[in-house]
Ligand binder design. Structure first.
Ligand code: GLA
Ligand code: ZN
Length: 673
C-alpha cells in the first residue's frame, strides 16, 4: 500500500485554495465530502506565499488549511511547492533563471523555470522542503510528499556547462577516452582540455550534430534535475522516514531518463491528458510504461482532467461516462489512485478554461460534479481489494528513452521515423488481441516473459544483446524490426554489418536501408502464409535490404529493384525463435503476426469481446479482477463463456453474453459454481 493510513483507492487531486478567499474553504470541504474525495494535493505552486523573502517563512495559512482538511477526514498529498520560485528569488539570484537551447536567458515567470545546476535553487528548494517536513512531520493529514511538479526544463547556461565537464570526467576519466567514445575526430572536433568541451546548443549550429555529445547532455540534464529532486527527497526522508515520496511525471517524456527517476521514487506518479480522439491503446501503453518504471508496482494517477483541458488545440469535453471509463482504465493498468487537476476551476490566467470537479458556477449541480461524485462512491465501495494487485503479462515491449532520443536526433535515414509511433503500433497489436503487455526498459530483467518485442531497437546498450540471446536460447520468442542493433550507447555504429550484435541471433545481414518518401509504397508478399499472416500487405517508411544468414524468409518485397528480397524472417536459435520485420508494414500485418505468435505461445485473452472493448486484469491473493472497458460510444458485447462472475461495480452476477453500456465498465470476479 502506498500508505496504509488510507487503505482505499485515493481519490482527489490538485487543490489551490491559496488562490481563493478563506470563506470558500469551508464550502470546498462540504463539496469534497459530497464527491467522496479523500486526498488533496497542495500547495503545488505557493512558494511565493510560503516564503515572502529570504528570511521569512509564512506557513500559518497552510497550518490552518491542513487542520481544516484533517478535521474533515481528508488527507494531504503534500507538495513542496518548488516548481515556481518567487519573483524576488529570480531577481536576487542571477544564476537561477535558465538559458534555453537557442542561447536565450529566460526572464522570470511561468514554472519549472529554473536552472537545475543553480546552487541557489538547490539550496533554497531543499531548505523549503526541510521547513515543511519539520513543521508537518506529525500532522495527521500528511499522507505522501509530492516534490516539485512535472520536472523537465533543460538548461544551457555557463554553470551547466561547467557541471557537464565534471560529469564527463566522472564518466570517461580522461580526455582521450572522451575523444574516442564521442568520435571527436569527425569534423576535427578533438579536444585537449576539459574546458574545450562546449555543450551542444543551437548557438553552435545545430545542437544535434554530435549525437554522442547531445545524448550525454540529455543524460546529464536528467541527472542534474534528478539531483534537485534528490536534494528535497533527502531532506524529507531524514525527517519523515515513513512517508512515501513521489514527483509527478509528464507521461511518456524523453527529457528525463524515466527509468532512473522510477528508481528514485517511492511510488511513481504521472499526469494523463489524452486527446479526445487519441487511440486508447496509446493511453494504455503510457500507463503500462509508468508501471514498468518500478518493476510492476502500482503507480499513482496524479492528474487527469474531469472534463476538458485548456492547452490542447481543441479542448473537447469528456463525454458522459468517459471520465469514469478512463479512470478505471488507469486502475486496470496498475494505478492505485484516481486524482484530478483540478478540484476547483481557477478564475484567472491560463488555466481558467481547464476542467475541474467544481466548475466556475461554484455548486454541485453540474454534470461533471455528479459524475465525479458517482465515481467517488464507487471507488469508496471497492475499498482496499484492488490495492497492490498486480498485472501478470507474458509479453514485454522493450522501450528506451535513450534510443528514442538517439533516433530523434540522428540525421537520416528518414525524417518520418518516429520511435514512439513504431512502439505504439506494435503495442496496439497486443492491445487489439486483448492481452496484457509490460512496457519495460531493455535494462530490466525480461527473462520471465514468453514474448519480448523490441521495435526499432536502434541502440544496444552493454549487455542487452547478450541477454536477448540468452532469452531466445532458453525458448523465448523475440521480435525486432528494421533499424535495430545499429549503434552502441553513444550512437556510434557497430561495424561489420547491421544489425550488429543481433546479426547472429536474427540470422540476417542488412546490406542497405532504403528510405521511402510519403507517397512511395512497397509491399510484403507472404508466400505460403504464416499462421494468420497471408497475402499481400503494404509497407513504407524504411525498407531493409537483407540477406539470409540462417534465417528463413516468411515474406518478401513485392516491388522495386529489391523485389523478392526477404521482408519478414524468422531464425530458430537455441530453443526459441527470433523474428525480424525488415520494414514498416501496415497495422494489419502487425496484428496478424502478433496474433499468430501469441497463439503459438499459448497466450490468449480471457474473453472474446467486441472491437473497442478493452480487457485487462489485475490479480491479488489468488483472485483475478477482470476489467472490461467499453471505449465505444455505443453498446458492445463481451462473451464470458460458462463461468459465473460478480460485477463488483454493479454488484450483479453476470454470465455468458453481456452487453456493456456506451463507455460502460465492469470489474468481474469469478464466482465458485
Ligand atoms: C499539468 C500540471 C498541472 C496543470 C495541468 C493542466 O499536468 O502538472 O499543474 O497545469 O497540466 O492540464
Ligand atoms: Zn543552467
Amino acid at each position: 500500500m502506498i500508505n496504509s493510513k488510507l487503505p482505499s483507492i485515493w481519490y482527489g487531486g490538485d487543490y489551490n485554495p491559496d488562490q481563493w478567499p478563506e470563506q470558500i474553504w469551508q464550502e470546498d470541504m462540504r463539496l469534497f465530502k459530497e464527491a467522496g474525495i479523500n486526498v488533496v494535493t497542495l500547495p503545488v505552486f505557493s512558494w511565493a506565499k510560503l516564503q515572502p523573502s529570504e528570511d521569512v517563512y509564512s506557513l500559518e495559512w497552510l497550518d490552518k488549511l491542513l487542520d481544516l482538511i484533517a478535521d474533515n477526514g481528508i488527507y494531504a498529498c503534500l507538495a513542496t511547492s518548488t516548481a515556481a520560485q518567487p519573483a524576488w528569488m529570480s531577481r536576487q539570484y542571477e544564476d537561477m533563471l535558465p538559458v534555453d537551447v537557442d542561447g536565450r536567458k529566460r526572464t522570470h515567470g511561468s514554472r519549472t523555470n529554473f536552472c537545475p545546476n543553480s546552487k541557489s535553487y538547490r539550496r533554497l528548494s531543499r531548505q523549503l522542503a526541510r521547513k515543511l517536513a519539520e513543521r508537518y512531520k506529525e500532522h495527521p493529514a500528511l499522507l505522501i510528499w509530492h516534490i516539485n511538479n512535472e520536472y523537465g526544463t533543460h538548461c544551457y547556461c555557463g554553470n551547466c556547462a561547467a557541471a557537464f565537464r565534471v560529469w564527463l570526467q566522472g564518466k570517461y576519466g580522461t580526455i582521450k577516452q572522451l575523444n574516442a567514445e564521442w568520435n571527436m575526430s569527425f569534423w576535427g572536433h578533438t579536444v585537449y582540455e576539459w574546458e574545450e568541451v562546449v555543450p551542444p546548443s543551437n548557438l553552435n549550429g545545430d545542437n544535434r550534430n554530435f549525437q554522442p555529445m547531445a545524448l550525454d547532455y540529455k543524460r546529464f540534464m536528467s541527472d542534474s534535475i534528478l539531483a534537485c529532486y534528490q536534494g528535497e527527497y533527502d531532506e524529507l526522508k531524514a525527517i519523515t522516514p515513513g512517508i512515501p515520496i513521489t514527483t509527478n511525471i509528464w507521461g511518456l517524456f524523453n527529457g528525463l531518463d524515466l527509468k532512473k527517476w522510477g528508481d528514485a521514487m517511492d511510488v511513481v506518479s504521472w499526469d494523463s491528458y489524452p486527446q479526445m480522439n487519441e487511440p486508447m491503446g496509446n493511453v494504455a501503453m503510457r500507463h503500462d510504461n509508468m508501471r514498468g518504471l518500478k518493476d510492476g508496482k502500482p503507480f499513482m494517477l496524479m492528474e487527469q482532467t474531469p472534463s476538458q483541458q485548456n492547452w490542447q488545440p481543441y479542448n473537447s469535453l469528456k463525454r458522459p461516462g468517459v471520465m469514469r471509463l478512463w479512470s478505471y482504465q488507469a486502475v486496470a493498468h496498475g494505478a492505485d489512485t484516481v486524482m484530478f487537476f483540478q478540484l476547483r476551476r481557477s478564475f484567472g490566467a491560463c488555466e481558467k478554461y481547464h476542467g475541474a470537479v467544481i466548475e466556475h458556477v461554484g455548486h454541485e449541480n453540474t454534470r461533471v460534479f455528479r459524475e465525479c461524485a458517482q465515481l467517488g462512491r464507487e471507488l469508496g465501495a471497492l475499498g482496499d481489494r484492488l490495492l497492490d494487485s498486480v498485472i501478470d503479462a507474458d509479453v514485454a515491449l522493450l522501450f528506451d528513452i535513450d534510443t528514442w532520443n538517439a533516433v530523434e536526433m540522428t540525421s537520416g535515414p528518414s525524417v518520418d521515423l518516429n520511435y514512439l509511433e513504431q512502439a505504439q503500433q506494435y503495442y496496439k497489436a497486443f492491445y487489439d488481441y486483448k492481452v496484457p503487455v509490460d512496457v519495460i526498459s531493455p535494462l530490466s530483467d525480461f527473462s520471465k516473459y514468453r514474448i519480448v518485442i523490441a521495435p526499432v531497437l536502434y541502440m544496444l546498450k552493454p549487455g542487452v544483446a547478450e541477454r536477448i540471446e540468452a532469452f531466445v536460447k532458453n525458448g523465448g520468442t523475440f521480435v525486432t524490426t528494421f533499424f535495430s542493433g545499429i549503434v552502441n550507447e553513444n550512437d556510434i555504429v557497430t561495424l561489420g554489418g547491421y544489425p550488429g550484435k543481433l546479426r547472429e541471433l536474427l540470422g540476417v545481414w542488412v546490406e542497405e536501408i532504403d528510405s521511402l518518401t510519403p507517397d512511395m509504397r512497397n509491399s510484403v508478399e507472404i508466400g505460403d502464409g504464416f499462421g494468420h499472416v497471408r497475402g499481400s500487405y503494404e509497407c513504407g517508411l524504411l525498407c531493409d535490404l537483407i540477406h539470409l544468414e540462417g534465417a528463413q524468409a516468411l515474406g518478401a518485397y513485392g516491388s522495386d529493384f529489391y523485389a523478392g528480397m526477404p521482408a519478414l524472417t524468422v531464425n530458430r536459435y537455441g530453443e526459441g525463435e527470433a523474428y525480424y520485420v525488415a520494414t514498416a508494414p501496415e497495422q494489419r500485418l502487425l496484428n496478424d503476426l502478433i496474433r499468430t505468435l501469441c497463439e503459438k505461445r499459448d497466450i490468449k485473452a480471457p474473453f472474446s469481446a467486441a472491437e473497442g472493448v478493452e480487457l485487462a486484469q489485475r490479480s491479488k491473493d489468488g483472485a483475478i479482477y477482470h476489467f472490461v472497458l467499453n471505449h465505444n460510444g455505443f453498446k458492445a458485447e463481451v462473451e464470458l463463456g460458462e463461468d459465473v462472475y460478480l460485477d463488483l461495480l454493479a454488484n450483479e452476477i453476470v454470465t455468458s453474453t453481456v452487453e456493456l453500456e456506451p463507455y460502460g465498465v465492469m470489474i468481474l470476479q469469478k464466482q465458485r459454481k
